[in-house]
Design a protein around this ligand. Structure first.
Ligand SMILES: Cc1cc2nc3c(=O)[nH]c(=O)nc-3n(C[C@H](O)[C@H](O)[C@H](O)COP(=O)(O)OP(=O)(O)OC[C@H]3O[C@@H](n4cnc5c(N)ncnc54)[C@H](O)[C@@H]3O)c2cc1C
Length: 91
């Protein structure tokens, strides 16, 4: 099974981890347009308010840590601009 997920963070990273737990063989790729695959949105006001000063404290996972833990290929700075299901090739 090959799974392509558009967007990381709460929804995308959670889905990727869940699919990996259900299927050890699946090839899972996540395309995330920002540079971050998982960060604490809820902590952003504390960063803006200087309560949290180190932005790394908001970063929960990196592409490398996610790959080593879940074997998921996290492609950051990759924006999905179109999907072409009609071009899908059957194996
Ligand atoms: C300031 C703030 C405080 C919050 N506080 C709380 C709280 O206390 N409790 C709570 O439960 N929730 C809170 N939330 C809400 C919570 O963070 C969101 O519900 C959650 O982040 C939603 O996650 P998501 O993955 O669905 O969407 P997002 O976090 O929006 O993630 C979607 C990702 O998809 C990427 N993406 C979108 N389109 C494309 C594309 N075409 N190609 C590639 N990548 C793409 C985006 O770059 C983004 O990283 C807060 C949010 C904010 C901003």
């Amino acid at each position: 099974m090959k799974v392509v997920i558009v967007g990381g963070v709460a929804g995308g990273a959670t889905a990727a981890a869940r699919i990996r737990r259900l299927n050890e063989q699946a090839e899972i790729v996540v395309f995330e347009r920002s540079g971050y695959i998982s960060y604490a949105n809820c902590g952003l006001p504390y960063y803006i308010g200087d309560v949290i000063t180190d932005p790394e404290e908001l970063t929960l996972q990196t592409p490398e840590s996610f790959f080593s833990r879940f074997l998921v290929n996290m492609k950051v700075r990759h924006e999905v601009t179109a999907i072409h299901p009609e071009k899908k090739k059957l194996p």
